[in-house]
Design a protein around this ligand. Structure first.
Ligand code: PA5
Length: 435
């Protein structure tokens, strides 16, 4: 069974300090569970692993099969919460070089997450004359980056296949009735998937937002949901001695109060890079407001030990790390003995590379903790669908609880509108002239 373990022994936080939050946690737990079904509370993700739209879920699997059978490229157009979750899961659970490999599933490419002309031109170049389907994902249906990318790639598809066939290759994931994308989809007859009203972008990976691309990549979405369901049940217990999800939320708040206002999520597996990106968005958008919040940063170790490692070891002491470690790798390599030993590496001969990676992690934790950086360790049993589903739910729930402890609303993002007003004014968007 998918499992996640939390170890806070390297944080200098005691269990008694955590238990002091017991009443807060009980209150927050009770409020979020009581309001779980309230449309306006953005808590739809809380019971999602049991309470998802089963009909749509089956349709996602069917459509994914169709896309797999007629497409060499699947282009996901979206940004922020309408992009990062799918990419996080796909990169964590597929071959490291998935897009370079011959697969019986399409290459997965992404657009609409930046405004670079070079990116789009290079993407068009790489797609070439391959068969393609598109999934445009936008809850509001009005976000500039995906809207522009979709305009470009809709034309690309229509030129390639003609309007009728293009229609069969475009899939929209958006609001059930609002927004420009919904209107366009209805007029053009594109197949749509729904983003529930009560689930915000950064909590939406287990809705059609993430599930369609994830299923197209050949990942078992039943197992992913099962992992989240296991977590949903596991973290119902409000006893802080046992609830590791709530413990994580509390420990990071205790560290924040000790002026540790940067949390670095560290991994030792390159496949987890985009998971960290997803986590950064989840925590950054949820907690960074009212001049409060822990700044979420990410590093990929051991790569970044040769860059950010210096700062973490000896820079400003306002940081703590949360290290994700995977107990059992899905494959391994034994390092061979070399008679000549010219590279001097025979001291690791006979050892597995995963063992070396683990020792690098242990050595780093020891060094960083000694250097004044508290380390929380989250162990995943392995990198599979269930465990990733579990970890997604773990972080979502911890984030909601942590935001509440901090005293902010973890489900809004008023700050992201500020740059848009300026950008629209500068671009001459009607209605923004004097903003
Ligand atoms: O988490 C969020 O709400 C945001 O990151 C959104 O997902 C992002 O801005 C994209 O919005 P939309 O799905 O409306 O295009």
């Amino acid at each position: 069974m998918a499992n996640i373990k939390l170890d806070f022994n390297n944080t200098n936080v005691k269990l008694e300090d955590i238990i002091e939050y017991e009443n807060d946690i009980k209150r927050i737990h009770e409020i979020i569970h009581r309001n779980a079904d309230e449309e306006s509370e953005y808590l739809g993700w809380l019971n999602l692993p049991t309470n998802y739209n089963k009909e749509e879920f089956e349709r996602i699997k069917k459509v994914a099969e169709k896309i797999k059978s007629n497409s060499e490229v699947f282009l996901c157009i979206g940004i922020g919460g309408s992009y990062l979750g799918a990419r996080a899961v796909i990169e964590a659970l597929t071959h490291t070089f998935y897009n370079y490999k011959k697969n019986d599933t399409p290459q997965i490419l992404y657009a609409g997450n930046n405004l670079s002309p070079e990116y789009i031109n290079d993407l068009i170049d790489v797609i070439g004359d391959k068969d393609i389907s598109i999934n445009v994902i936008s809850k509001s249906g009005t976000t500039t980056e995906p809207a522009i990318a979709f305009r470009i790639f809709r034309e690309f598809l229509e030129n390639k296949y003609g309007v009728e066939e293009a229609r069969k290759r475009i899939f929209c994931t958006t609001d059930k009735e609002k927004g420009a994308l919904k209107k366009l989809a209805t007029e053009e007859g594109y197949e749509c998937f729904i983003i529930p009203d009560n689930i915000g972008g950064r909590y939406s990976v287990l809705t059609a937002v993430g599930l369609l691309p994830i299923a197209v990549a050949g990942i078992n979405i039943d197992e992913l949901m099962l992992g989240a369901r296991i977590a949903q049940e596991k973290y119902l217990d409000t006893n802080l001695k046992y609830n590791e999800c709530y413990k994580y939320a509390v420990v990071r708040n205790i560290l924040y109060k000790k002026n540790k206002d940067i949390e670095i999520l560290a991994n030792y597996e390159p496949k987890m890079h985009y998971f960290t990106e997803w986590w950064k968005q989840l925590y950054g958008e949820s907690e960074g407001k009212e001049q409060k919040g822990i700044f979420p940063a990410g590093v990929d170790f051991t790569t970044d030990l040769h860059s950010m490692g210096q700062y973490i070891q000896q820079g400003q002491r306002n940081i703590f790390e949360t290290v994700i470690t995977i107990q059992e790798p899905n494959s391994d390599i034994t390092i061979k003995l070399d008679e000549d030993n010219l590279d001097g590496m025979n001291f690791v001969a006979g050892k597995n590379l995963s063992y070396v990676n683990k020792k690098a992690m242990e050595g780093t934790v020891e060094a960083h903790v000694a250097g004044g950086v508290p380390n929380i360790i989250i162990s995943m049993e392995k990198l599979d669908e269930q465990t990733i589903g579990h970890l997604i739910y773990f972080f979502e729930l911890a984030c909601a609880v942590s935001g509440n402890i901090l005293g902010v609303n973890p489900f809004n993002q008023p700050g992201v509108e500020e740059y848009k007003k300026n950008m629209f004014r500068l671009l001459g968007k009607p209605g923004y002239e004097n903003k």
